[in-house]
Design a binder for this molecule. Sequence first.
Ligand code: SF4
Length: 222
Amino acid sequence: MDSFLLINMKNKSVEKIFHILKEYLKEETMVSKFSEERVNDFQILVATILSARSRDEITEKISRELFKEVKTPKDLLKFSEEELMKKIYPVGFYRNKARILLRLAKMLEEDYKGRVPSREEELLKLPGVGRKTANIVLSFVFNKPAIAVDTHVHRISNRIGLVKTRKPEETERELKKILPKSLWKDVNNLLVPFGKKVCKPIKPKCGECVIREFCEYYKRSF
Ligand code: SF4
């Protein structure tokens, strides 16, 4: 089939899929909640770094506690590494994250006058900031079109058959080709809770899935 036609078809299905998921999911990701509450740029960046390989409920609780004392990189730099470790425990990899956050705060303070940069190239140079974190900051802090691909987004996009990719970076690139920009922010916001609730890594709950009619995995397996 002509590739233009294929992209167009996917585009139509994808809009339907996201529409159904929006209706179905009432939950929001932690970052989305913070962004609506107008938590500041630096705090969203800190929470996103804390959330890597850690459960949202724990990260959200720890972040809220931390934000009572930390609003700027300068505030964070008042803590020693040891003190910060205690503050962010039991977030996963808290030792490593405490070290990274202090390096991040120092760099923001020295090179960016305490502000979070808004360009992808600059974000990617910051300690602890990979593509997923950079894309979350770009879309939720600066309202720029970006797709934050984590393990849920990567897995579900492949299962549904929207993409056929092996790495999250490839998924990001391919999704950008088939999704209208207006949906880019929704990708992470919808697929992360959906991946935790229904399309789980092991034993997805296909029987109760609201988008199964669009899913290649479902068509193959049932
Ligand atoms: S049908 Fe199953 S594999 Fe497909 S999206 Fe739904 S839960 Fe995931």
